[in-house]
Design a binder for this molecule. Structure first.
Ligand code: SAM
Length: 246
C-alpha cells in the first residue's frame, strides 16, 4: 500500500464506527433502497452475474446486489468497513465475498460487471483504477454511481453551515466523523470536481467504451422525501449513473 492508501485506510477505519448512522449511507429508508435496487436492475446484466463492488464500505450496494441474486465480491481498503458489511450479510443470510485492498488492485476475475458508489472521488489515480477494473472484467460492464458533491463556491460555505446547524437541531447524524485528511485531499484528482466531465474523461482514458449517463432522479426524490423538506433541500446533490462497456 502507498502512503496515501495507508492514510485513507486509517481515516475510513475510524469512519466505519459511525458511517451507517448517516441515513443515506446504510440505505435504511425502504423507498430509497428500492430506487437503488431499480437502478442496479436497469444497468447490470441479469443475476446471477458476478459483480465486483469497489469501495464497498459497509455494504450498501453489495447487500442490495446479493439480495437480488448476484454473485458479489466487495473490495475495500478498510477492514473495519468490510467487517461491518460481513456482519450485515450474515444477519440477512446473504452471501458476500470480501477482499481488503486498494481500488487499483482488484482480484483477477473475470467479473461480468464492476460497480462503485461514491468511491472514485477518493481514489488517488482514477484512470489506473478504472483500467484495472477493465482488466478484471474484460467483457463486462462498468456502472458508476456518483454525484456532484463538491461545494467550492462562496455561497456553498453558508449552505454547509446551515446544513450542519439543521442536522444538529434535528438530531440527524453528520455524514462523517471528521474532515478529510488535507494531505490526502490534495492528491485526489476528482475530489473537487464540479461537473461530470473529469470522471467521464477518466473512464475514456481507461479504455471503457459506449459511455452513457443517466440522472438518478428517483434516488434524489427518495432522499429528499426521507430527509424532510429543509434538510432534503439543503443536502440535495445531482446524482448520476455512468455506464460503459469494456
Ligand atoms: C463514501 S464510502 C462509500 C461506501 C459504499 N460504496 C457506499 O455506497 O456506502 C467510500 C469507501 O471507499 C473506501 N475507499 C476509499 N478510498 C479507497 C481506495 N483508494 N481504494 C479502495 N477503497 C477505498 C472507503 O474505505 C469507504 O469504504
Amino acid at each position: 500500500m502507498t502512503d496515501v492508501d495507508e492514510r485513507l485506510r486509517r481515516w475510513w477505519d475510524e469512519d466505519a464506527r459511525t458511517y451507517d448512522e448517516s441515513p443515506s449511507h446504510a440505505l435504511g429508508d425502504p423507498v430509497e433502497a428500492a430506487c437503488w435496487r431499480a437502478a442496479l436492475v436497469r444497468h447490470l446484466p441479469a443475476p446471477p452475474a458476478s459483480v465486483l463492488d469497489v469501495g464497498a464500505g459497509t455494504g450498501a450496494i453489495s447487500l442490495l446486489l446479493a439480495g437480488l441474486g448476484y454473485d458479489v465480491t466487495a473490495l475495500d481498503l478498510s477492514p473495519e468497513m468490510l467487517s461491518r458489511a460481513t456482519r450485515k450479510a450474515e444477519a440477512r443470510r446473504l452471501r458476500l465475498r470480501t477482499i481488503i485492498g486498494p481500488a487499483t488492485g482488484p482480484p483477477d476475475g473475470p467479473f461480468d460487471a464492476v460497480v462503485e458508489r461514491h468511491l472514485l472521488w477518493t481514489t488517488p489515480d482514477p484512470v489506473a483504477a478504472l483500467a484495472a477494473w477493465r482488466a478484471a472484467a474484460p467483457r463486462g460492464r462498468l456502472v458508476l454511481f456518483e454525484g456532484i458533491f463538491a461545494r467550492t463556491r462562496p455561497l456553498d460555505q453558508a449552505r454547509n453551515r446551515l446544513t450542519n446547524a439543521t442536522r444538529r437541531v434535528q438530531g440527524t447524524a453528520h455524514d462523517h466523523h471528521a474532515p478529510y485528511d488535507p494531505v490526502v485531499l490534495d492528491s485526489l484528482p476528482l475530489a473537487n470536481a464540479t461537473t461530470l466531465e473529469p470522471l467521464m474523461n477518466a473512464v475514456d482514458a481507461a479504455g471503457w467504451s459506449n459511455v452513457r449517463v443517466e440522472r438518478l432522479r428517483d434516488v434524489e426524490w427518495a432522499r429528499r422525501q426521507a430527509a424532510g423538506a429543509v434538510l432534503g433541500w439543503l443536502e440535495h446533490v445531482p446524482r448520476f449513473a455512468v455506464i460503459a462497456e469494456a
